[in-house]
Design a protein around this ligand. Structure first.
Ligand SMILES: [Zn+2]
Length: 425
């Protein structure tokens, strides 16, 4: 349902030299109880009223009925002075005089990354991730992953609205042992949203993932289209404890079928070239699981991953980090009261990506579009013809046996009930 028509605008970025330091004031103290921001419950996906637990899929959740715990937490965060971007033919643009790739804004759309962004895995590691699920092609992917004994090495960045439509699809990924992460509620360009809009997009997706995974609260999110800046990063990390994950290589699997320049064979060929390159930097490959053509790309490149000696890991394992904010390194470990905000992310070598050396021409042509948003789209589209795809890259017990809700924040309950009544009754 979510297309990537405009993704072409962003998919030919190259990890640039701009690496902004992290403002430590964003980071929650160790004792910050992020887990208390969510309902502790386990609604039954087969209940005909399952969807009534959530905002309507497909659009940003209403900002006037967010759980008060989230809005209260937002007020405690020291946000950078960055205003929302404006969609300009769909492309996020900033006010005149602003520099989107400087340290103040640091938009990944404009090639900027921070010290805490996750996109360059350690040497020799291919961090496996699939976006936009659960969808129609997901069962085939999960079957393939299981057949090859790599289900637990997959990171699934899921869209909350898609989970509402297909909760058993997400549960299948959980049952297979995959790492479940956040790809927002309705797949918007997050820098264009208000602070409260970002809250809803992230918070509700975390809630539904927690509901269907024994109360495990996601620790990782990937911005749709890679569109994130320092304001959005601060909300994700400061309110919810989420680590921002982007990528250093775009497979361009999403373009098959919508851009004639990309075919299954051309995409597979390009990815195989990257896989046969050096492994000084790890590979975080942008891939998807919503369309069969996307899954078919992964199935086709999979043999090259092994034959070229890559070690496949999910995003958490790639950096040796926990899978969830409040749980360890599987979908079955006990829920803990683990605090967040203490992580030290070993992101290295941000100025050189695995692919920058193999597609220098793309790097040069695309990088000239940086900071010139109004013309970027056409220029990038041109560049794609010759150089595809280098991208910048429940309960506390853990039991899901009870369907009752134990609400931590009374205000949350009241706001939530009123909200759902208005929406669904
Ligand atoms: Zn996506």
């Amino acid at each position: 349902m979510f297309t990537h028509t405009l993704l072409s605008t962003f998919s030919f970025l190259v990890i640039a030299a701009a690496a902004a330091p992290v403002d430590e004031s964003w980071v929650q103290p160790r004792d910050s109880p992020v887990h208390e921001l969510f309902y502790k419950r386990a609604p039954n996906p087969s209940d005909p009223n399952f969807a009534s637990n959530y905002p309507a899929p497909g659009s940003t959740p209403p900002t006037d009925s967010l759980p008060q715990a989230w809005t209260d937490k937002l007020k405690t965060i020291n946000l950078p002075d960055v205003q929302p971007s404006s969609p300009n033919n769909g492309y996020p643009t900033y006010a005149d005089g602003e520099t989107p790739n400087d340290q103040k804004i640091c938009s990944f759309t404009y090639e900027c990354t921070t010290d805490e962004d996750l996109y360059n895995p350690p040497s020799g590691v291919l961090a496996l991730s699939f976006d936009d699920g659960p969808g129609e092609a997901s069962p085939d992917l999960y079957s393939f992953l299981a057949t090859n004994n790599i289900s637990t090495a997959a990171t699934h960045f899921m869209i909350g609205g898609n989970i509402v439509y297909n909760p058993t699809g997400m549960q299948a990924a959980v049952d297979a042992g995959g790492l479940i992460a956040v790809h927002t509620w309705s797949h918007q360009y997050t820098t264009t949203l208000s602070n409260e809009g970002v809250l809803g997009e992230l918070g509700w997706t975390m809630q539904i993932i927690s509901d269907l995974n024994g109360g495990r609260i996601p620790k990782y999110w990937r911005p749709p289209y890679g569109d994130v800046d320092n304001r959005v990063r601060a909300i994700a990390k400061g309110v919810f404890g989420l680590e921002t994950v982007v990528w250093n290589t775009d497979s361009a699997d999403w373009a098959i079928g919508s851009d004639a320049q990309y075919t299954h064979d051309s995409v597979v060929s390009q990815v195989n070239q990257w896989l046969s390159g050096n492994k000084t930097n790890g590979l975080l490959l942008l891939e998807h699981e919503i369309k069969q053509t996307e899954v078919d790309v992964f199935k086709a490149i999979f043999p090259s991953i092994g034959s070229n000696g890559w070690t496949i890991k999910n995003v958490a394992d790639a950096w040796g980090m926990d899978w969830y904010v409040n749980s360890g390194k599987t979908n079955t470990e006990a829920i803990t009261t683990m605090s967040v905000g203490a992580s030290t992310l070993a992101v290295t070598n941000q100025t050189t990506s695995q692919q920058s050396s193999t597609s220098a021409s793309a790097s040069a042509s695309v990088s000239t579009t940086s900071g010139s948003a109004s013309t970027t789209s056409a220029q990038v589209a041109t560049s794609t013809s010759t150089s595809p795809a280098t991208a910048a890259a429940a309960a506390n017990s853990g039991s899901s046996s009870s369907a009752s809700s134990t609400l931590v924040i009374p205000g949350f309950a009241l706001a939530g009930l009123g909200f759902f009544a208005a929406l669904f009754l």
